[in-house]
Design a protein around this ligand. Structure first.
Ligand code: TMP
Ligand code: ASP
Length: 234
């Protein structure tokens, strides 16, 4: 399969058309962004870490029966994925209170949720990805009622599979974001699963091992991504 032209460039990835109509190349860039792109740095090695971590986690999910767009890792920074029509919603699962939930609701950071919380957000940077009630997702026709149920079920399965796997590697899965798309009417998990899109905390020490190190200027940003890769691939 050969890359032909870039179809879509986001903040952290480029999606390339290929000579196969049903496939794309997803290339991970070295750009780190936060706060809707207002904080931006180029960080050597980041694209490779995210491609390799994402590939591992997609393979793990496929083995557990989750339908994902991942086909094959083809280079340090690239994977082949199936071409999807993406829904304009982001699905977030929270096991432990952090980030926007703490800011928005004044919840105590670190509070545990069992069962976990599943939330929907509108994928729109200009509007700063606002949170949506399920009724909004339905009324704005961002997803059908069936798709909403399938996304919730799938997100909780991903949480069980990833959470269990990471726990064995000494990592607590605090929260994460998923994006889904459709292929021939079937709902498929797309995008990436990496320390950019998840919160990972060391189970023993609570040390932050994800993009919060960049968001909060904590230092040791790439060292943490390297350690996540070492642990998930060991
Ligand atoms: P939040 O606490 O900022 O709402 O983030 C929840 C989770 O979703 C966290 O693991 C980071 C991830 N996330 C993204 O991947 N992209 C985004 O644009 C946002 C807002 C969050
Ligand atoms: N809003 C997300 C974050 O704070 C992503 C971004 O704005 O680039 O990480």
């Amino acid at each position: 399969m050969k890359k032909t032209k870039p179809l879509y460039e986001g903040k952290a990835k480029v999606l390339w058309e290929t000579d196969s109509a049903g496939h794309m190349v997803q290339e991970f860039k070295n750009d780190a962004t936060a706060f809707d792109g207002t904080k931006h740095e180029v960080v050597q090695g980041k694209g490779s870490f995210n491609n390799r971590i994402s590939s591992h986690l997609f393979r793990l999910l496929a083995k557990a029966g989750v339908r994902t767009h991942f086909v094959e890792e083809i280079s340090d920074t690239e994977m082949i994925v199936e071409r999807l029509d993406m829904l304009k919603v982001e699905v977030v699962v929270r096991n432990i209170a952090a980030g926007s939930m703490v800011r928005r609701l004044g919840v105590e950071e670190g509070r545990k949720f069992d069962p976990p919380i599943v939330e929907f957000y509108l994928k729109d940077d200009d509007l700063h990805d606002p949170i949506l009630a399920e009724e909004h997702v339905r009324a704005l026709e961002l997803a059908t009622p069936d798709q909403i149920e399938t996304m919730k079920r799938s997100a909780l399965t991903v949480n069980d599979v990833l959470g269990g796997f990471l726990k064995e590697k000494g990592i607590d899965l605090v929260d994460f974001k998923l994006e889904f798309g459709t292929k021939d009417e079937e709902l498929v998990l797309g995008d990436e699963i990496s320390p950019d899109t998840c919160r990972f905390h060391d189970s023993k020490t609570g040390r932050i091992m994800d993009k919060d190190r960049f968001r909060q200027d904590l230092g040791g940003f790439m060292e943490a991504y390297g350690e996540v890769l070492d642990r998930v691939s060991s």
